[in-house]
Design a protein around this ligand. Structure first.
Ligand code: HEM
Length: 608
């Protein structure tokens, strides 16, 4: 049997030749103590007959009754006389090699989260030193190894991304965008991403590299190629746009069959038959809006119409998704704070969609779930109330998403309906209010166009009746054209969402090969303002371009008008949104003469 003594004593006493350093340390008690527990050195076990885990959990074997072979033994910190230490340059070289190996690994296996890779990056230099037989674990050495490791890894990544060997080397773009996604984060933080993309396309052409593995495409062929039926699935851009704490994903983040199945329910919900119910729900809210605007009109008080459009669209979406719950129109503000949380969440998700792998790690931070918990509590209480009360007179969106009329073999689960309810508020409120806001700003900035739109509405609804339904919308071609033009110039989703070229399926867009794994964006704002699609004067507000019969010198590519996106994952509520826009605008134009307040000429979203 082995005596229960420390490995040093074992080595020292028994004269195990392989533990040379320990042997040398052994007579010096002080250094021996430093040695103990501070460093692992690696030795192979030769012809082990027995292995016994003991002594601090380490594994020892023996080859002969009196000879202990230490598999991994604790060696000395360094500084023992005669201890063969690694030179600094050897350490730097070893760490650099490790950095290159990491780059090769991460190129092959893209990280889905940040926490494990980050921990691995921090710990690897230390692990390296513990593993190398002759390296000493000291603070300066640890720093040198870490700097060499991370420096080589970063340099190797940057060199590769800029090299002619990168699959996107043939696509032009700004240097910083090619190197790092931080360029994209910065563009989102500035709230000017669409303007930056426009400038880049003006400079580089139809296809621009906007990330290490990302391109932005405004070539008209790209719309069908990327978003059409044989286009690309949604990219990693969408990953942060769902709630990871719920056991279901929302429609926006689903892909493939799961998306098609849920979308079938949404499409049924948005059928012409359901629209009448939705219009009735909206009509109640528009009436409430008019009541509030009357108060301002009576007092001839300036007010922020964009805020009131926002209250209208949030309240309407709340009615649709949960049978009510928001009362922003009544209160004139977001008194419960839920919508404000959602807005902050949307901004956070837009940023994270540039670095989706950070999302799961940030979710681990203390306090990060507070906002989510508040939203859950709100949606759950609303859902319970909706289940208890049933549909209030009209079949709302909940009715269809919950499949209350029993079309589906398997009913959607409560988490699925809850998470799609949350998506409805996020996807359907800001977008519609931005469209109303853009429209209002554009016609106010062009008083002649305002007068024509108002005259058309007055002619169709002379008594002001019937305007809270879509029955006569076909008789409002100019109002329609004004909205088309406002959505062309100020699309509410200006940069679009990313699609990803599937593995092993590189595709041609125009005459550029887009390699597999690339994320492709089609920025609506830039496509809509390209002279190749709308000319002359693509940046001017000209509703008549939608009504004009074709004539020489005019370009009007209606297929390049994609404010609701295109293809199987386009806006699920496009038809409802159009009704909402036309009903609200008709009601406001019929009832009021709206003017800019002094100093109130800021363009929609301050975008210019
Ligand atoms: C003017 C108003 C609107 C505009 C411009 C608009 C625009 C869009 C766009 C561009 C997308 C595609 C996003 C992407 O590909 O990443 C989208 C998706 C979606 N929108 Fe809208 N939207 C509007 C109103 C609404 C409304 C009122 C609702 C809800 C009732 C809604 C619900 C949705 C949903 C559920 C999706 C996801 C569709 C899918 O992934 O299959 N939207 N919308």
């Amino acid at each position: 049997g082995f005596p229960e003594v420390s490995p040093f004593v074992q080595c020292g006493v028994q004269g195990f030749t392989r533990c040379r350093w320990v042997w040398k340390c052994a007579p010096r008690r002080k250094q021996l103590t430093r040695c103990y527990g501070l460093r692992l050195a690696r030795r192979r076990i030769r012809s082990v007959s027995t292995s016994v885990p003991r002594l601090d959990g380490r594994l020892y074997g023996r080859t002969a009754p009196n000879l202990i072979v230490v598999d991994r033994f604790i060696g000395c910190l360094g500084g023992c006389e005669g201890h063969p230490t690694m030179t600094r340059s050897q350490l730097v070289a070893a760490a650099a090699l490790l950095g290159l190996a990491n780059h090769a690994y991460f190129r092959r296996y893209e990280p889905q989260t940040a926490h494990y890779p980050l921990a691995a990056l921090l710990l690897q230099p230390i692990a390296l030193m513990l593993t190398l037989p002759d390296a000493s674990l000291t603070l300066p050495n640890a720093l040198i190894a870490s700097i060499s490791f991370l420096g080589t890894l970063s340099a190797s990544i940057v060199a590769y991304r800029l090299s002619p060997f990168h699959p996107l080397a043939h696509v032009p773009g700004p240097l910083l965008a090619k190197i790092s996604k931080l360029w994209g984060v910065n563009a989102v933080l500035s709230s000017r991403r669409h303007l930056i993309l426009k400038r880049l396309h003006d400079e580089y052409g139809d296809i621009v590299r906007i990330g290490p593995n990302e391109v932005s495409v405004i070539h008209a062929d790209g719309i069908r190629a990327v978003l059409g039926s044989s286009g690309f699935p949604k990219g990693q851009y969408y990953e942060p746009w769902t709630d990871p704490t719920l056991p279901a994903r929302n429609l926006l983040t689903l892909r493939g069959d799961a998306h098609a199945n849920r979308r079938r329910i949404w499409n049924r919900a948005m059928s012409t038959a359901s629209m009448k119910d939705f219009e009735a729900i909206l009509a109640n809210r528009i009436t409430q809006l008019l009541g509030r605007l009357d108060e301002f009109a009576e007092q001839e008080e300036p007010f922020d119409i964009a805020a009131w459009f926002s209250y209208l669209t949030v309240d309407f979406m709340g009615d649709m998704a949960f049978g009510g719950g928001f009362e922003l129109l009544r209160d004139g503000r977001d008194s419960e704070g839920i919508f404000s949380i959602l807005k902050v969440g949307v901004k956070a998700m837009s940023i994270l969609s540039q670095v989706p792998w950070l999302t799961p790690s940030l979710a681990l931070l203390p306090g990060s779930k507070n906002a989510t918990k508040k939203i859950h509590a709100f949606t759950l209480s609303r859902a319970k109330e909706r289940v208890r009360a049933g549909p209030q007179g009209h079949k709302d969106l909940w009715y269809h998403l919950m499949d209350e009329d029993g079309h589906e073999k398997t009913k959607p689960s409560m988490p699925e309906v809850l998470i799609d309810g949350g998506l409805t508020i996020v996807a359907g409120s800001d977008t519609s209010s931005m469209a109303l806001n853009a429209f209002m700003w554009c016609i106010l900035a062009h008083p002649d166009i305002y007068a024509r739109a108002q005259a058309e509405v007055d002619a169709v609804y002379p008594e002001g009746e019937g305007m809270l339904s879509s029955d006569r919308h076909a008789e409002l071609p100019f109002l329609n054209a004004c909205f088309q033009e406002a959505l062309r110039l100020y699309p509410p989703v200006p940069s679009g969402g990313g699609r990803r070229v599937p593995a092993g399926d590189a595709r041609l867009v125009g005459d550029t090969l887009i390699p597999d794994g690339t994320q492709v964006f089609l920025p609506h704002y830039v496509i809509h303002r390209s002279a190749a699609n709308f000319a002359p004067a693509p940046d001017s507000f000209d509703p008549d371009r939608w009504l004009r019969a074709e004539h020489a010198g005019h370009v009007h590519n209606a297929a390049a008008f994609i404010p609701f996106s295109y293809g199987a994952a386009n806006c699920a509520a496009k038809h409802l949104a159009w009704r909402e826009l036309l009903m609200t605008a008709s009601a406001v134009l019929r009832r009021y003469d709206v003017r800019f307040a002094q100093g109130g000429r800021l363009p929609p979203g301050g975008r210019g």
